[in-house]
Each structure stands twice: as structure tokens, then as C-alpha cells.
Design a protein around this ligand. Sequence first.
Ligand SMILES: [Zn+2]
Length: 147
Amino acid sequence: MVEAWTELVKTKEGYRKLLDQVMANLPQTLGKIGDRVLVVNPIIVHETKRTIITNFTHIADTLNREPSHLARFILKESGKAGTLEGERLLIQGKITNEELRRFLELYVKEFVKCPVCGGLDTKIIAEKRFRFILCEICGAKSSVRKI
Ligand SMILES: [Zn+2]
């Protein structure tokens, strides 16, 4: 019995690891801008004690956001420390590929997508202490939290 249980756990872990590797090599579709599909393809390197996203500034560029803004969001959501270094984001600790995909989805939902028309052609503007998503498609101005 004990052995069978151990085997099951092993298999499940093996499966998860495999799934994570497969996920890492798949581009992630985050939505559409008109006829254009917004796709990112994070390159993640797992080291023993840290996670490195090697094309991080490129991902932020694709989303038309400051790398520091996207980095703050991911670090806050994951509860981990990290730093931007050139093109890369270095995270202390482990973030799985699946977790990163979820963070990117959440970020787009909250900080890129226009809540009125669903468009992704937006920018974040600051007015006094407040932040807004300004939609370049429908012109809506929607408040967002500061991070
Ligand atoms: Zn809009």
C-alpha cells in the first residue's frame, strides 16, 4: 500500500514537471487587438534558488507597459523579491511556468484590457494620485489601482 501511494505521488510530480516544461514552450495568447493577436512567449530559466525570465522587457514591450510596472505586479502577486537586470527579471525563489502564465493573464485583465470595450490598445496615465487606463479604441478612461 505504502509503495503504491509513493508511486502515485511520483507519477503525479513527474506529470506536473512534464506539463510545466510543455507549457514553457508554448506561446501564450493574451487577447486580440483588432485583427492582431497579442502573444507573449516567456523564456523562463529555473535555477536552484531563483527564477529568471530572460526576455522580460520584451514581454513588457509587447504589452506596451513599463517593465518596472509589470515586475512590481508579478513580485507582489507572487510574494517574492526580485530585481530587473537589463532584459531580465530575476526572482528570488521559484515561480512555475504555469504561475507566470496566470500572473500575465491577471495583469492583462487588470492593467491592459479596457473594461468598457475589451480592447488592448490602451495606456496607463497618472492624474494626481490616481491611475487610469485610457483606451485608444473607445476613449474610455477607467481607474486602476496603483502598484
Ligand atoms: Zn475601450
